[in-house]
Ligand binder design. Sequence first.
Ligand SMILES: Nc1nc2c(c(=O)[nH]1)N[C@H]1C(S)=C(S)[C@@H](COP(=O)(O)O)O[C@H]1N2
Ligand SMILES: [Mo]
Length: 355
Amino acid sequence: MLRDALNQPLTTGFAVHGHDVETVWEGEVPAVTPAERFFVRNHTEPPALDPGLYRLLLSGDGLHRQTTWSLDQLRDLTSVTEELALECTGNGRQFFARQQGTPRPGTPWETGAIGVARWTGVPLSRLLQHAGLRSDAVWVMAVGLDDRYVEDGVDHGRVRRPLPIGKALDDTLVVWEMNGEPLPLDHGYPVRLLVPGWVGIASIKWLGELRVTTRAEESPWNTRWYRMHGEGWDGERAVIDRMPVRSLADTLGPFRAGEPVTLRGRAWSGEASIDAVEVSTDGGRTWQQASLTGDNRASCWTAWELAVGFDAPGEHCVVTRALDSTGRTQPEVSPDNDQGYLFSAPIRHSVVVTG
Ligand SMILES: Nc1nc2c(c(=O)[nH]1)N[C@H]1C(S)=C(S)[C@@H](COP(=O)(O)O)O[C@H]1N2
Ligand SMILES: [Mo]
């Protein structure tokens, strides 16, 4: 959990859920999330790694040679900086209970398990090519250096998740800076993976090893968890990788009846930008198209705004829905699953209008 200078748990602007903290915004949200406001999802405690002794190991039969990188060696490479969202697979889980009447276990996130940061590092493809990537390599197992994860007496080993070689070579980054500063301890210091547009668990923190294999690999983090379970989920359909399209409103009043109001919010989608956002101020009966303001890039949120008015005092229901650049929309009901992953239905906000 986040701590302040006196090592006290930091709770202002956060909702605390055990090891995890969720960002709580009031009103408009900045385009880039300050590191100290960024949500944290830790399976155990962050490990205290000595930056001088830190090594990233690239291993496995999918490489011609095993290689290691120190932090200084990584920093000597020509780096890239990209603004990208990072979102937990369970973001919005509370809404399975609130909107669909099907509470699901796990961290009870509202909508604050997402942030956008400027990440600095190198393309993973570069490290793989340097180690002599074999043409028959198919998976990259990313392994964290945090404590082994033990649940109900069962030791599941280190937090790790296999990444298909296609995504590894496409746009996955190995990063050591967040918003121009070294990664904070909670966010993976000294080095983490950043897998654009994919579920947060793919972006392994405190990255210790990248094991490249010529055979399929699995870990509990893509079989037991972070996979769809329950009725109707099997085979390829159950695999979780890319994040869905979502949107919400950030300015929720209170407003005054009869006065002009500008509603503002955000929309985002995994591996896609946003084509349109529609807003309803009457619980979804009628819809208006919002204007997209600011940057609009794939795997990053974009801001929207819409001028509206509320005629009558009382409680009003504001709903938003987005269309992404690959044609995906938000389903009216989010597909149910045992662990409450990927809530993607339009969120129904309650807005108070005074007389
Ligand atoms: N080694 C390691 N990597 C990890 C985790 C973890 O507990 N250990 N949590 C994952 C999950 S579930 C998410 S959503 C993101 C959260 O990243 P953040 O805490 O920097 O926001 O990190 C992922 N990487
Ligand atoms: Mo997560």
